[in-house]
Design a binder for this molecule. Structure first.
Ligand SMILES: [Zn+2]
Length: 430
């Protein structure tokens, strides 16, 4: 049976608009908070959202199962059940009082694509599986991508017992067991999603920045997932002095030293952009004097801050780290302060698969869209790509940013993204 063409897939997806819209509303109702929705990973609310997806999948006569970590799988069986499958999906959990679309849009897009394939009466050559995962946001546990890492076997040993719910102190293992999953089996399980059984992972996600609104387009096919180099616990140490009595030459002013470091890093970032380095970001998310000691009339003797560079090349990230150290040393010597940058953390950039990206772009163009291309932020796709499963994404226009209750994605834009992803899945599976 040949794969349905993009136009046929697009029409079948569009015919499922009410189906998708109703599922968004069911999820919103079940996890409604004072504002927005709250679905902490492996909470009752998070599991309820996954169970709604399970019920809808059963109505479509898809095969449903739960993996040992509690991720939901819904499969449209292929002709060759042993062939490597196409996997598609995202996460159901949310930040507290978040929007209804971050993550869940990807879950519902994958289910809507399978509904469209059912409606077309298409039996694909290989299984196509939708997955609804937990713990991408992971606000309780402080470590992202828990569900996909458990599936791919990349969660470090011991994290099931080391990571604890911030509010109750329960371990991750206890929380998963509390949802009715067999943690002994989870501990014994080998990674159950890998490149030997999965040939592609495709994820739709809302855009969490402003670029699609600016471009007046519904859909982007991202080029890469940014990596980052971060100093989460940096300090500048100097000396507290009387603000009126101490002349400039005697000061060891950490506020001015840190302000200079930041503004020179910003200048360097702009230089890199102007030199053509693509898709870079720089953020100082925390910057403060010590509230226990600071005063308007004191020269500040201590500043605490964070530094966070993101980019799509290792070269940019490594050069950023070197530049931070060089500037800190130079400024410290001149201003008689000491920078303690603390531990460095971060992640490598994840290039998205060129073949899958081309399939997505072709699918969008065949349906009359002009997909945008730019880098995106960390998503579950990075975990699958990290174990050698080719991955790519579709971003959908969304107003008001993300991780807040005001996320706003038009259902028409969601359908445009889902048409794109479904047509690419049909091409890739075929
Ligand atoms: Zn997300």
């Amino acid at each position: 049976m040949p794969s349905p063409d993009p136009i046929a897939v697009g029409r079948a997806v569009d015919a499922r608009t009410d189906f998708a819209a109703a599922l968004f509303e069911t999820a919103r109702e079940a996890s409604r908070d004072v504002e927005g929705v709250t679905r902490p990973a492996w909470s009752d609310l998070d599991m309820a959202a996954a169970r709604q997806v399970e019920a809808a999948a059963r109505q479509l006569d898809l095969e449903t199962s739960w993996d040992p970590a509690g991720n939901l799988l819904a499969t449209l069986p292929g002709q060759d059940r042993s062939a490597r499958r196409v996997l598609t999906g995202s996460h159901v959990d949310s930040v507290p009082r978040g929007g209804n679309y971050d993550g869940h849009a990807g879950v519902l897009a994958s289910l809507t694509a399978l509904a469209a394939f059912r409606d077309l009466g298409w039996t694909p050559p290989c299984d196509i599986t939708a997955i609804a995962m937990h713990g991408e946001e992971s606000v309780w546990f402080g470590t992202a991508y828990l569900g996909s890492k458990l599936a791919c076997g990349t969660l470090p040993d011991g994290d099931l017992d080391r990571l604890r719910r911030a509010d109750t102190g329960q371990t991750l293992a206890e929380c998963i067991a509390g949802c009715g999953f067999d943690v002994a089996a989870l501990r014994a399980a080998k990674p159950w999603i890998d490149a030997s059984n999965t040939k592609a992972f495709l994820e739709l996600h809302i855009e969490q920045g402003p670029l699609l609104i600016d471009a007046d387009q519904p859909v982007a096919i991202p080029t890469a997932i940014r990596g980052n180099v971060r100093f989460p616990d940096a300090h500048c140490l100097g000396r507290y002095d009387h603000s009126a009595a101490c002349p400039r030459a005697w000061r060891q002013d950490t506020a001015l030293a840190t302000a200079e470091l930041i503004s020179r890093l910003e200048a360097w970032w702009i230089e890199q952009e102007q030199a053509g380095v693509p898709d870079t970001v720089f953020t100082v998310g925390k910057l403060f004097t010590d509230a226990a000691e600071h005063a308007m009339t004191k020269v500040p003797g201590r500043m605490d801050f964070t530094l966070n560079f993101g980019g799509t090349t290792n070269d940019f990230l490594e050069t950023s780290a070197v530049r931070i150290a060089e500037l800190a040393a130079e400024i410290a010597a001149r201003r008689d302060v000491r920078f303690e940058l603390g531990g460095r953390v971060g992640s490598r950039p994840t290039p998205l698969d060129p073949g899958l990206r081309a399939a997505l772009i072709a699918a969008a163009e065949a349906q009359g869209m002009q997909p945008q291309e730019f880098a995106t932020v960390g998503h579950d796709t990075a975990v699958f790509a990290g174990v050698g499963i080719p991955g790519a994404m579709v971003l959908v226009r969304n107003t008001n940013g993300s991780h807040n209750p005001h996320e706003a994605m038009a259902i028409e834009d969601f359908m445009a993204g889902t048409r794109t992803m479904a047509a690419a899945i049909a091409a890739v599976a075929g």
